[in-house]
Write a protein that binds this ligand. Structure first.
Ligand code: SF4
Length: 316
């Protein structure tokens, strides 16, 4: 059998891989996980069944907070890349203008559901418009305020100020989706910035949400996953210190953590357990063929449904 897969080959089932976001969706709602990772597969094909197309379209909905987070990450990448290329970073005014224009464009596109249905991969649809009345003026002002605070604190943070003095060969990853192989499974991670010197491996994670107790556990696993990936990717020496800086851009604070050898061992166990649990939802492990929909329970907390992309097909 030829195991080589062409990029354009149509596959009846999706590839299996692991990521923290996949784990989070399964923990939140197995039914939403089913829609996102299985039922939407091949929904991009021209002659796909209407039902699959619908799931795929819904999968591509985002919301204003997720969009803001990804735009701020793009700006952080622009700032870091300017510094790496020995250019002055863009001004706050410039960064804010680009982001404001992109937010306005997202709102404009979200008013046209038909166009989104035709090109869900290339147009934006905000949950607030698809399922609701849109974004009120008051909420819009809060979003713009948050955006401006994040960009201001990004340019003023010590890490960015010190970056021109760092040898560019130490800057190893700038917001790039990467993967490692763990027991034959592709494990994805995308650290925002990794600085590697002979003394330390420093992982930087820009946060655009609030520093809250609610997110503590997820954030703790997230930096350990990044550390595990960095360890494998850069073949880090056992004794090299690994640190993670979580930079909360909205209020300009930073949380520095040291990642120990035990943390790395723990995260391997965490990923393996999570993979095992995901594998419990497939009927054919070799082809990653999912069990039928009814095997994926609905969320046990109703408030999760409020922000779900799949309400339209689930709550009927
Ligand atoms: S609407 Fe609720 S139960 Fe249905 S998929 Fe979404 S989160 Fe799960």
């Amino acid at each position: 059998m030829n195991n080589q897969k062409s990029e354009f080959q149509i596959r009846p089932f999706p590839d299996f891989s692991w990521s923290l976001s996949r784990h989070a969706l399964l923990s939140e709602c197995p039914r939403a996980y089913y829609y996102h990772y299985y039922a939407s597969h091949n929904g991009w094909l021209k002659d796909t069944p209407e039902q699959t197309r619908k799931v795929y379209v819904l999968k591509n909905i985002t919301n204003i907070y997720l969009l803001l987070g990804s735009l701020i990450h793009e700006r952080a990448k622009d700032v870091v890349n300017s510094i790496v290329n020995k250019r002055p970073p863009p001004s706050l005014e410039n960064l804010a203008k680009i982001t404001r224009d992109e937010l306005r464009n997202a709102v404009r596109e979200s008013r046209d559901k038909d166009a989104f249905y035709r090109s869900p991969k290339y147009r934006c649809m905000l949950h607030e418009y698809y399922y609701g009345e849109g974004i009120t003026e008051e909420k819009g002002e809060r979003i713009i305020e948050r955006m401006e605070s994040c960009l201001k604190n990004l340019l003023e943070c010590e890490l960015i100020k010190e970056l021109p003095n760092v040898d560019t060969s130490c800057i190893k990853a700038v917001d790039k989706l990467d993967s490692i192989n763990l027991n034959g499974i592709k494990v994805y991670c995308a650290p925002d910035l990794v600085l590697l010197t002979p003394q330390v491996c420093k992982i930087i994670d820009w946060k655009t949400g609030k520093d809250s107790e609610e997110n503590e556990e997820d954030e703790a696993w997230q930096v350990k996953v990044y550390a595990k990936c960095a360890k494998e990717k850069f073949k880090l020496n056992e004794t090299l210190e690994i640190k993670a800086d979580l930079v909360y851009l909205e209020n300009g604070t930073m949380d520095e953590r040291v990642i120990t050898a035990k943390d790395i061992k723990d995260v391997e166990g965490f990923i393996n357990d999570s993979i095992e649990s995901m594998r419990g939802y497939v009927e054919d492990k070799e082809f990653n063929k999912a069990k039928v929909k009814e095997n994926f329970p609905l969320a046990d907390k109703e408030d999760v449904c409020y922000s779900c992309n799949f309400i339209e097909i689930c709550k009927v």
